[in-house]
Ligand binder design. Structure first.
Ligand code: 5RP
Length: 264
């Protein structure tokens, strides 16, 4: 580890409790103007005060996020495919020089274990880790499994462990039964994606259970920006991540805040 790397990690994970609430808004890199993010600036701006970190591509960062903002950025640097094609056929889309120029706190890349281009994406990760180690920039590996594989502990732990072995500094995965086994077998900070939009109480349960079972944070997108009440939702997730709220308490808070959001 180096001072620069540790310093960047401490911007992502709050030193007070070692946790993070990362707001994922990078979906457009393969989904285009996805629901809730059609106008990125309008979706992102009201949420920023409640996020610890923003996961975003360079295009949206440059055009839609105020450079005076103090938000630490985890920059999505993999892509090259779209929902119309084989998703696993990714390459690196952003140079290390541009990531440094954008003053990022970390970079993110997907790996697709069990997919057609598994090897390519794993080698992308190893190349990125080698490059980023030179500059003290943490790499977040986003895990995806093949289309016909369940997102269960068997496949997700395979994915997370491989990402850990290759040298990812943070691993993002999905919550599942026996999640604690994934955490134990992948000795790096684990954060969870929210996945497809589900009812708010279910998403809060997911966040609570993941943290209880050893995740160090959430990197949540659709369950925040696709909520009818995104500000109420991110503030409620925040209560779980940083105020030790139970999901029941967070849902009470959500209902209180959503009334205010509706009126404003
Ligand atoms: C896509 C990503 C997204 O940022 C992330 O997984 C989405 O988060 P969510 O599932 O909570 O919408 O990495 O590959």
């Amino acid at each position: 580890m180096s001072w620069g790397l540790d310093n960047r990690l401490s911007r992502i994970f709050q030193p007070s409790n070692g946790r993070t609430l990362m707001l994922a808004v990078d979906h457009g890199y393969f989904q285009g103007p996805t629901s809730g993010l059609e106008v990125p600036k309008d979706a992102i701006t009201p949420l920023l005060p409640y996020a610890d970190t923003l996961m975003v591509t360079r295009g949206v960062l440059r055009r839609c996020v105020d450079p005076n903002s103090k938000i630490p950025v985890v920059l999505r640097v993999s892509g090259g495919t779209s929902i119309l094609k084989e998703l696993s056929n990714e390459g690196l889309t952003t140079s290390i020089e541009d990531a440094i120029r954008l003053n990022v706190s970390g970079v993110a890349i997907s790996i697709f274990v069990g997919s057609e281009y598994e090897r390519q994406t794993l080698l992308n990760l190893s190349k990125l880790v080698d490059t980023c180690e030179r500059y003290g920039i943490p790499v977040l590996a986003v895990t995806a499994v093949g289309r016909d594989m369940n997102r269960d502990a068997r496949y997700l732990s395979l994915c997370c462990r491989i990402a850990t072995e290759i040298g990812a500094h943070i691993v993002k995965t999905y919550y599942c039964e026996n999640f604690d086994k994934i955490v134990k077998s992948s000795p790096v900070p684990i954060v969870i994606a929210g996945g497809k939009k589900i009812p708010e109480k279910a998403a809060l349960d997911l966040a609570y259970n993941a943290l209880r079972d050893g995740a160090l944070g959430v990197d949540m997108g659709r369950n925040i920006f696709q909520s009818k009440y995104p500000v109420a939702m991110i503030r409620s997730v925040r209560a779980i991540v940083h105020e030790n709220a139970t999901s029941k308490e967070a849902f009470v808070l959500f209902n209180k805040l959503r009334r205010k959001e509706k009126d404003s």
